[in-house]
Ligand binder design. Structure first.
Ligand SMILES: [Zn+2]
Length: 300
């Protein structure tokens, strides 16, 4: 059985190529997956948009309604970083639906990945930092609500701190939130996860992987996790425009291998989401995101 991958062509909301958010990485990631033989018809799953009732488990009802009706106040759109028109609104509903579907596939098959997701700056009240809905928080609350999982672990290795996920989930006893990120990076005011590790600027492969190797056994010892959501943001890469850390492609691969290998060896399902990655060289960026799928496919 090939790695189950969740995708939708409308993950790409069609921004101008010079937009600060590199929207074209979504179709280019799919191209990269096809080139690697990972996107066969029996591997690909198309998602539906997440219904409002699921989105409202994690987000304020009025904010969900504003996004769906494309009437988000300008002040919030500025904090998100782009206007929420019909394509951005649909994209946010699809990306969230995609992480929920990937989580269900992970529970069934052991591992599955969404070709979007990891919108971890979206808080309960509103979106922020290029994030409209917090897909991992919504998916966690849907699984808890349905009784599909009781103990959920979020391992967020995007270079930015998972403030929105912490805001939504930190007082939720069924979910443990862990974020390892750049100390001096966005967001300036961090919201405490259940466990945070802040790394200094310029942290490279060796120091990063040492830190991760120490923490993974501590995380798995905390509970018998029913599922792990893994945010594999590639903005920790040395060439990332926003990252401030210094991982290489080999470091990214070793990181993904360490996380996925650790939890799969314990028989714990892993749902991967791509998280952040910012570069003007979008094909290079897409191939960094493809590393998650390459590694995950060896565990499928
Ligand atoms: Zn990020």
């Amino acid at each position: 059985m090939p790695l189950q991958i969740v995708h939708h062509p409308d993950y790409d909301a069609g921004f101008a190529t010079n937009h600060r958010f590199p929207m074209s990485k979504y179709p280019l990631l799919m191209e990269a997956l096809r080139a690697r033989g990972l996107a066969s018809p029996d591997a690909l799953n198309t998602t539906d948009p997440a219904p409002a009732s699921w989105l409202k488990l994690a987000h304020a009802a009025d904010y969900v309604d504003q996004v769906i009706s494309c009437s988000v106040p300008e002040k919030i759109e500025r904090e998100i970083g782009f206007p929420v028109g019909p394509r951005v609104s649909l994209r946010a509903q699809l990306a969230t639906g995609g992480t929920i579907l990937a989580a269900r596939l992970a529970l069934r098959h052991g591992i599955a990945c969404n070709t979007a997701g990891g919108s971890h700056h979206a808080r309960r009240a509103q979106g922020a930092g290029f994030c409209t809905f917090n897909d991992v928080a919504v998916a966690s609350l849907v699984l808890l609500d349905e009784g599909a999982a009781q103990n959920i672990l979020v391992v967020d290795l995007d270079v930015h701190q998972g403030d929105g996920t912490a805001d939504i989930l930190s007082d939720q006893p069924g979910v443990f939130t862990f974020s390892m990120h750049g100390e001096r990076n966005y967001p300036v005011r961090k919201i405490a996860s259940d466990l945070d590790i802040a790394l200094p600027d310029g942290t490279g492969d060796a120091a990063y992987l040492r830190r991760l190797a120490t923490i993974l056994p501590e995380l798995s010892a905390r509970a018998r996790w029913d599922i792990v959501f893994y945010n594999a943001g590639v903005d920790v890469h040395a060439e990332d425009r926003l990252g401030r850390l210094a991982l290489s492609n080999g470091g990214l691969r070793a990181r993904d291998e360490m996380v996925i290998g650790h939890f799969r060896a314990l028989g714990i399902p892993v749902c991967g989401v791509i998280g952040g990655g910012y570069s003007t060289d979008v094909p290079a960026l897409a191939s960094r995101h493809a590393i998650l799928f390459e590694v995950a496919s060896t565990y499928a």
